[in-house]
Design a protein around this ligand. Structure first.
Ligand SMILES: [Zn+2]
Length: 255
């Protein structure tokens, strides 16, 4: 039986996500920005929270953990990097570990850069990836704790996922990301198509996610730092992709 997935808005522009296994009734929250909208969504569906899968230590991803754990006595899964000091953790996971949510299997991919502890959960059988603040639609997370080459490596790991995998992210940043991407690749037809779609969705107050890895590979300039045309646009012909990526990230920070 296929998983059921619900996307919900938390705080200002964070996304909460629930993934539910109909066979076992297990339900996991991917991150817990705040408890109230997650509890409301669970009650609406009649689901019990069994697991919280944390991607990284930032407060807007773990702020609801204590309250949810108290209410549901759920298991809390978090990155193994203990330096990140996430509270209430039951299971620490690293690269290649597989987390069970009922019968659903979430594979852990370490994707450091935004933070050093950042992990991504890939549910291969559901063709779904929860990339939080590593990969956004048409963007990527700020490189706060890691380095540009480290973040580029993390993005390459995600880019290797199949085109038909659905991508869920930690924030609704797509419209701003599209603006920046168009400043670099105004003639990219996949980006133009995504821009039109995003404008329509936002005008209707709809989320721009999930998207697919295939669409992102074509339209997300941060996944295209090794395209010669992108390097040329930045006057960086022949530069290492990680350097081109770093320049893109710096420009986006100031955009
Ligand atoms: Zn973050």
């Amino acid at each position: 039986m296929a998983a059921e997935i619900r996307l919900l808005t938390c705080l200002t522009d964070n996304f909460g996500v629930l993934i539910h296994d109909p066979a076992t009734k297990a339900t996991a929250a991917i991150d817990a920005p705040e408890a109230a909208p997650i509890i409301a969504a669970l009650e609406r569906e009649g689901w019990q929270l069994t697991d919280i899968l944390i991607t990284h230590h930032h407060h807007d991803h773990v702020g609801g953990v204590a309250e949810l754990k108290k209410k549901y006595r759920c298991r809390v899964v978090a990155p193994q990097d203990k330096a990140a000091k996430i509270a209430d953790v039951d299971l620490r996971v690293g690269n290649g570990d597989v987390v069970k949510v009922g019968n659903l299997l979430g594979r852990v991919v370490e994707t450091p850069g935004h933070t050093l502890d950042h992990i991504t959960y890939v549910f291969d059988s559901e063709k779904t990836v929860f990339a939080a603040d590593t990969l956004f639609s048409i963007g990527c997370g700020r490189v706060i704790e890691g380095t540009h080459p480290m973040m580029w490596d993390s993005l390459l790991k995600l880019r290797a996922l199949p085109d038909d995998f659905k991508l869920y992210c930690g924030h609704e940043y797509t419209a701003a990301n599209v603006k920046f991407a168009l400043s670099i690749e105004p003639d990219n037809p996949a980006l133009q198509a995504r821009a039109a779609q995003v404008a329509k969705l936002r005008a209707a107050n709809q989320p721009t996610l999930p998207t697919t890895m295939g669409e992102e590979k074509k339209a997300n300039v941060f996944l295209r730092a090794d395209e010669p045309s992108v390097a040329a646009k930045l006057h960086m012909k022949g530069a290492a992709p990680a350097e081109v990526f770093g320049e893109l990230r710096e420009r986006k920070n100031k955009f």
